[in-house]
Design a binder for this molecule. Structure first.
Ligand code: COA
Ligand code: MG
Length: 281
């Protein structure tokens, strides 16, 4: 998901050709408070010129900001795929915003439930503490969870969320793990957070491969140069797909456990291989 500040003509112009699966037009932290009205206007007129808006998302301001109700009417009428909701404090924020969307979709003549949500689930201490509450009931509009360390660190009065090695400090590793578990508990996508050093392609590639290994299904990008690296890291290679096919074929005999190249494979391996091939769990 490539983030694009909605008040930058230059970046909006560049965004569609980036190859990202999703563009997140940002009305929140990449836009100064005094430029938010202008950003909403630019967003609206730019989206009107894009025929297929199914890849477009808008990061709106959070529920406590006083800006969200100014964002949502402009966004819903433009009918993107959905919104990215930052800084939730708990599931009630997701529910309240879903109700706003119900009303605004009806007012704009958009199909009920059409706009989806990607929730940034770890940016407030309350959200991290109460993470389990988020997965208690289905959240029908939610398509993915993602997480962020910078706002959590600001809320804690803490310093850089990373250790000198680049690894996350324990608090942020915890938040990241919560996001990963939460997304899979809800049965939605888990999107790993931004890699801020956009001039470090090798570091990004290594970090993305590790994120995919952990169970994340995609990643936030902040610069067009990051998009092909992220896409490559999250796309199964030909070798991985061929091996997944071997695993699925090995179970065709009806056995619950099989041997491949001297190693045991049972039902969890079959599920993983089927998921990789896109044929369900
Ligand atoms: N989306 C679309 N285009 C972008 C872009 C983005 N996120 N980031 C950079 N570009 C464009 C630039 O406008 C520039 O275009 P040009 O070739 O027409 O001049 C080109 O890509 C190269 O950009 P570069 O000079 O390398 O970077 P920069 O110094 O202009 O911008 C950032 C660096 C970090 C400010 C910029 O990448 C950015 O704004 N990222 C998004 C920030 C954001 O949304 N943060 C909130 C989410 S965490
Ligand atoms: Mg932020």
């Amino acid at each position: 998901m490539l983030f694009v500040p909605a008040d930058s003509d230059k970046k909006l112009a560049k965004a569609l050709g980036s190859g990202a699966d999703a563009l997140v037009l940002d009305l929140e932290d990449a836009v100064l408070p005094e430029r938010k009205p202008l950003a909403r206007e630019m967003l609206r007129s730019w989206m009107a010129g894009v025929a297929d808006r199914s890849r477009l998302w808008v990061r709106v301001n959070d529920l406590a900001s006083g800006e969200l109700l100014k964002d949502l009417p402009a966004v819903v009428a433009s009918r993107p795929a959905g919104i990215v909701l930052p800084k939730i404090r708990g599931p009630e924020d997701v529910r309240v915003v879903a109700h706003y969307l119900d009303a605004l979709e009806a007012a704009a003549g958009v199909d009920a439930g059409a706009l989806q949500m990607v929730v940034v689930a770890t940016e407030t201490p309350s959200a991290v503490l109460r993470f389990g509450d988020l997965v208690r009931e289905p959240l029908p509009r939610v398509r993915a969870l993602t997480w962020g360390g910078e706002d959590l660190s600001a809320a804690l009065g803490a310093g850089d969320p990373r250790l000198p090695s680049g690894a996350w400090r324990p608090m942020y590793e915890h938040a990241r793990n919560q996001c990963l578990l939460g997304a899979h508990a809800l049965g939605v996508e888990a999107i790993d957070t931004v890699y801020v050093d956009f001039r470090d392609p090798e570091g990004l590639a290594t970090s993305c491969r590790s994120a995919r290994y952990d169970g994340f299904t995609g990643r936030i990008a902040i610069h067009p140069d990051q998009v092909p690296i992220i896409n490559a890291a999250f796309t199964p290679s030909a070798d991985e797909l061929a091996f997944a096919r071997r695993v699925v074929d090995a179970f065709a005999s009806g056995a619950g456990a099989v041997a491949i190249d001297g190693k045991m494979f049972d039902i969890p391996h079959l599920k993983a291989a089927r998921r990789q091939l896109g044929i369900g769990a």
